[in-house]
Design a protein around this ligand. Sequence first.
Ligand code: IPE
Ligand code: IPE
Ligand code: MG
Length: 273
Amino acid sequence: MTSAHPLAGKQLPRHVGIIMDGNGRWANAQGLPREVGHERGADSVRTVVRAARKLGIDALTLFAFSSQNWDRPPHEVYHLMALLRRYLIEERAEILDNDIRLVTVGETHRLPSSVREPMMELIEMSAQNTSMVLCLALSYGGREMITDAVRKICRAVTAGSLEVDAIDTDVVSSYIESSRILPPLDLLIRTSGEHRISNFFLWEAAYAELFFTETLWPDFAREHLLEALEDYSRRERRFGLTSAQAKSDDADVDADADADAAAEAAGEAGEVA
Ligand code: IPE
Ligand code: IPE
Ligand code: MG
């Protein structure tokens, strides 16, 4: 490899999530059945996984099938499941050869065994890989995941292993499946010109940078990923702090100190009142 990294020295996201949308409209525009759009979409998945790996992204989550997508016409759901199976089998060598670890988020127990089997196999075979995590969001719904976390938290409280007053955002996070296996979401990309989250990473997207593109998913290629990353590299992530704080290398330390000072001040105000 002699070519320099196209984003050398720039701020890169560790974890990129993509809402891969627009397969149906892409096919429609060519007078083709929606299924062909999904097949071309699978080609984009291959391209983008390869590009992300080469660019040094730590984790890539692809929203491939939502909890709500089960309500699409049965033949479309059937075709999507067949395509998923084919992807998991055909990409196995490429994923393993490139030291990529496959994980999933979502209600994967709802998937047919024809998908679950090659999926579990590849998860297991790739478990020790460390160059990039590829996470497929399958039968995934952000509200469903939060609801599942609430249920588990209630169970822990009922069982006496968790105090109600101990529940803070870190505790809730620990019950959200994605945060156990993935770094925080830095960049969320949605294709096809829609400006919504459609029940994807609701909890995780709290401080993610958002990037929307008109490009339909089957047309999304390496250059579009680079464009999103280039845009991300110019963002200033402040996490609620001032720009000056965010720029300072000690931003975290400052934030802690400021939070302590603010809490102290608030306490004093409380005492006076
Ligand atoms: C995204 O493309 C793929 C899935 C949601 C499975 P769509 O199938 O939603 O395509 P459009 O939005 O109808 O164009
Ligand atoms: C979101 O796209 C789900 C996936 C990309 C897998 P949809 O096409 O299902 O979302 P809506 O219906 O446009 O909100
Ligand atoms: Mg869509």
